[in-house]
Design a protein around this ligand. Sequence first.
Ligand SMILES: NC(=O)c1ccc[n+]([C@@H]2O[C@H](COP(=O)([O-])OP(=O)(O)OC[C@H]3O[C@@H](n4cnc5c(N)ncnc54)[C@H](OP(=O)(O)O)[C@@H]3O)[C@@H](O)[C@H]2O)c1
Length: 156
Amino acid sequence: MSVTLILAAAENGVIGRDGAIPWHISDDLKRFKALTMGNTIVMGRKTWDSLPKKPLPGRRNIVVTWQKLWQAEGAETMPLERALEQPDVFIIGGAEIYRAALPRAGRIELTEVHRAFDGDAAFAFDRKDWTEIAREDHATPEGLRYSFVTLERNAP
Ligand SMILES: NC(=O)c1ccc[n+]([C@@H]2O[C@H](COP(=O)([O-])OP(=O)(O)OC[C@H]3O[C@@H](n4cnc5c(N)ncnc54)[C@H](OP(=O)(O)O)[C@@H]3O)[C@@H](O)[C@H]2O)c1
């Protein structure tokens, strides 16, 4: 059983703007797909609303909401606590859900986007609690630099 946060964040912590991700990095979307495929993904209701195609295929889609009667085709809803108990859970956002799930996460698959962006959703965590176990540096054809970073929580 594992809880992994998977996210892309700008250098100023921004992860979203107006319900969308403020950059386009196609290799990041490919990596997201490769890591999450076949697993359970957990997201906040606003991130679900932001998906252009839903549910995300080949994955068990769980949406968390405070709304008692909320339902969506292709997704399960359950309290966050129960969602975190499912096997091999990837927390796919957004900011509210990352913050709520962070204390339970053992791993973060982070895409560092090496530029500041304007936005209305941001997420930050204390890097000293985490050990970097892998890093790959890349750039888009337009010159936006980014890094795929894997972090594991330090032993208590
Ligand atoms: N860069 C990235 O990697 C990335 C990834 C994902 C999303 N994003 C961006 O993040 C933004 C959305 O983030 P957000 O923080 O505004 O929204 P969010 O976390 O996606 O969803 C928030 C909603 O989740 C529900 N919720 C929150 N905490 C809950 C809890 N403890 N238990 C049950 N339900 C709970 C509530 O839904 P109800 O209002 O229905 O009660 C709340 O309004 C968008 O811009 C999106 O594009 C970025």
